[in-house]
Design a binder for this molecule. Structure first.
Ligand code: NAD
Length: 365
């Protein structure tokens, strides 16, 4: 198979972690007989420095021409970087918002997985963490409260502000379909999270999710109110497989879910549109405080590359290989500084990439 991947190394640790992910991808490609054609794209601060804008039209066209985008992270130190003296629409993050919009990336997937070897970093009680967990938050990304009409007005001398939360059934249906499709690649369970006891938008959400579920009889569906879900995530996270939810609830719940894993350098993410196209990136930022020191953890980016193989190319076996390599490296006791613990061997970013590459086993098809 020929895979056309647009690469956005970005800023800070971005170029370091993307380089390691490419190394692992190249090993998988040679093992299974695929060809990868990369095209590097500038975005964020790196693009501002060269083009004066965080994302050019040419860069968008190159991303659209690819099958998928693999990204590091963009942005700099928000207190000291000159990029943050620019108006908001010219800053690094504007590039990310623009590419999400241009590529119509409405579904955001964030897995939260607790590795046995990293269980000590989990802030939950041991009796909960020892059960482990492996869930994925599927968040609607382009509708709801963050995109509704809003304003601040003064009426009779009193300031008043409002935000509106709107969804139409098509927006709900397309993300629900993504949720059920992804559940089919996992443990066949969807927990749809809403506030249907109060909000009309949630009642429509629930009705449409029920309609979509009829096409997926092999996937178990449950509905859960968002306040209960926030509680269940810390009480019994092992119960979840795919959590399907709207934009604001997903924003909050995905941060909660990632916190309970205890290791930000391990968390991958994907943003998909209604084709097979997706943008894959770690959940963390560009970590300017550790950029250029070869101490960043590349695993979140490597796991994002595995998600890309699974969701944009349907290469499940290849994705499994990468995920198993991560498990093996951790089991063998190698750790980057952010996940270091007693008795383990501390390695840098490049060495972690090499260890992962070695463990994408040589024997194959
Ligand atoms: P951050 O995630 O970059 O860093 C938070 C902390 O986690 C830092 O101490 C950092 O050193 C550490 N960390 C993050 N990733 C790590 C890794 N792979 N290995 C080891 N340690 C790691 O968050 P921040 O400091 O709030 O933001 C820095 C910049 O990143 C800002 O400009 C912000 O806007 C940007 N940002 C970009 C994205 C994105 O590109 N999608 C997401 C979040 C933040």
């Amino acid at each position: 198979m020929e895979l056309h991947i647009a690469c956005i190394p970005g800023d800070g640790i971005g170029p370091e972690i993307v380089r390691e992910a490419k190394k692992v991808l190249d090993k998988v490609a040679s093992k299974y007989g695929h060809t990868i054609v990369y095209q590097d794209i500038l975005m964020g601060g790196a693009s501002i420095d060269v083009h004066g804008v965080p994302l050019t039209d040419e860069a968008i066209a190159a991303a659209k021409a690819a099958d998928a985008v693999l990204m590091g992270s963009i942005g700099g130190d928000t207190n000291t970087s000159p990029w943050y003296q620019l108006p908001p629409d010219k800053r690094p993050e504007a590039g990310l918002l623009k590419i999400r919009k241009e590529l119509n990336l409405f579904a955001n997937l964030r897995p939260a997985y607790l590795y046995e070897e990293l269980a000590a970093a989990c802030p939950l009680k041991e009796e909960i963490s020892k059960a482990g967990f492996d869930m994925l938050i599927m968040r609607e990304l382009t509708g709801g409260l963050y995109f509704g009409e809003r304003n601040t007005v003064t009426q009779n001398g009193v300031r008043k502000a409002y935000d509106t939360l709107t969804y139409n059934e098509n927006e709900i249906r397309r993300i629900a379909i993504k949720g059920f499709e992804v559940a089919r690649k996992r443990k066949h369970k969807v927990t749809s999270v809403d506030k249907a006891n109060v909000l009309d938008s949630s009642r429509l959400w629930r009705a449409v999710v029920n309609e979509v579920a009829k096409d997926y009889p092999d996937v178990e569906l449950e509905h859960m109110l968002v306040d209960n879900c926030a509680m269940q995530l810390v009480k019994d996270p092992a119960q979840f497989d795919v959590i399907l939810t709207e934009n604001m609830f997903g924003d909050i719940l995905s941060d909660e879910a990632s916190m309970v894993t205890g290791s930000i350098g391990m968390l991958s993410s994907a943003s998909l549109n209604d084709t097979r196209f997706g943008l894959y990136e770690p959940s963390h930022g560009s970590a300017p405080d550790i950029a250029g020191k070869d101490i960043a953890n590349p695993i979140a980016t490597v796991l994002s590359a595995a998600m890309m193989l699974r969701y944009s190319f349907d290469l499940d076996r290849e994705a499994d290989d990468i995920e198993n390599a991560v498990r093996r490296v951790l089991k063998d006791g190698f750790r980057t500084a952010d996940i270091m613990s007693d008795g383990c061997v501390k390695v840098g970013c490049q060495q972690m990439g090499d260890l992962l590459t070695e463990r994408v086993s040589a024997e194959g098809v």
